[in-house]
Design a protein around this ligand. Structure first.
Ligand SMILES: *C/C=C(C)/C=C/C=C(C)/C=C/C1=C(C)CCCC1(C)C
Length: 245
């Protein structure tokens, strides 16, 4: 059964396909970030380590989620949320490290982490304990969105944006703005995926028979975890050159 599933993936199961490619992409990205630590200045090495940890933690979870999905045909919801609970706070660490030189305080990091944990715990309640009731998921989805909007606001107009603007490093200024775009556009794919639960608004509107949550989450993870890391990498490289010149 298992081998048969693997053999039919490319033509009949786009979700399984994205679990496989997602796993490889996360693994490759981690190797890249770990190796490239050697080519940036000392103060940027920690940022690249965190980028590599984000994709590395995701790679391990994708390894298990892929098998879980193939074996059961169900969403690996618990594994998914464990992954996010580790990796989203690490993305908050990236914002903190980038704005630290401009004076970011540790309290900023804790506020971002608290908002992300809130977003994920409420999202998990909405997704894992549905009892087939859409009302339940809608309520918890809205509660979760409060945490998301807090992070979005902080990145665009709040402390993160203000500190980046005050930074003397042009690469940090521009890079943090790019990361804010990731939070606005890339992260928005997650609530869209959430609405594709069986019985979810979008799933019903599109007339899909089965849920498609994982398709959206897998695509979003690849964009956000690898893309976010690459932006941090390009900031680090641009700033390292400046010091060397
Ligand atoms: C690497 C993983 C990342 C960046 C995960 C981000 C997840 C979100 C932004 C999830 C947001 C959700 C809502 C805003 C409402 C519905 C429930 C969630 C948890 C899917």
């Amino acid at each position: 059964m298992y081998l048969l599933d693997v053999l039919t993936i490319p033509k009949d199961d786009p979700i399984a396909f994205t679990f496989f490619t997602g796993y490889m992409a996360m693994l490759a990205a981690s190797v890249f970030f770990f190796f490239e630590r050697g080519s940036v200045d000392g103060k940027w090495k920690l940022s690249l380590l965190v980028s590599g940890l984000i994709t590395g933690i995701a790679a391990v979870h994708y390894y298990y989620m892929r098998d879980y999905y193939l074996a059961t045909g169900e969403n690996p919801t618990a594994l998914r949320y464990i992954d996010w609970t580790l990796t989203v706070p690490l993305m908050c660490v990236e914002f903190y490290l980038l704005t630290k030189v401009a004076g970011a305080k540790l309290s900023l990091l804790w506020k971002l982490i608290a908002a992300s944990v809130w977003m994920l715990v409420t999202g998990y309640i909405g997704e894992a304990f549905t009892d087939g009731s859409t009302g339940h998921s809608v309520l918890w989805g809205f509660l979760s969105a409060v945490g998301y909007f807090y992070i979005l606001y902080t990145a665009w107009y709040g402390e993160v944006a203000k500190l980046a603007d005050a930074s003397e490093n042009a690469a940090v200024k521009k890079g943090v703005r790019t990361l804010a775009w990731f939070v606005l556009v890339g992260w928005a794919i997650y609530p869209i995926g959430y609405m594709c639960m069986p019985g979810g608004w979008l799933n019903v509107a599109l007339g899909w028979e089965s849920g498609n949550v994982d398709l959206f989450y897998n695509i979003a993870d690849a964009i956000n975890k690898i893309g976010f890391g690459l932006v941090v990498y390009s900031i680090a490289v641009a700033s390292s050159k400046k010091v060397a010149a």
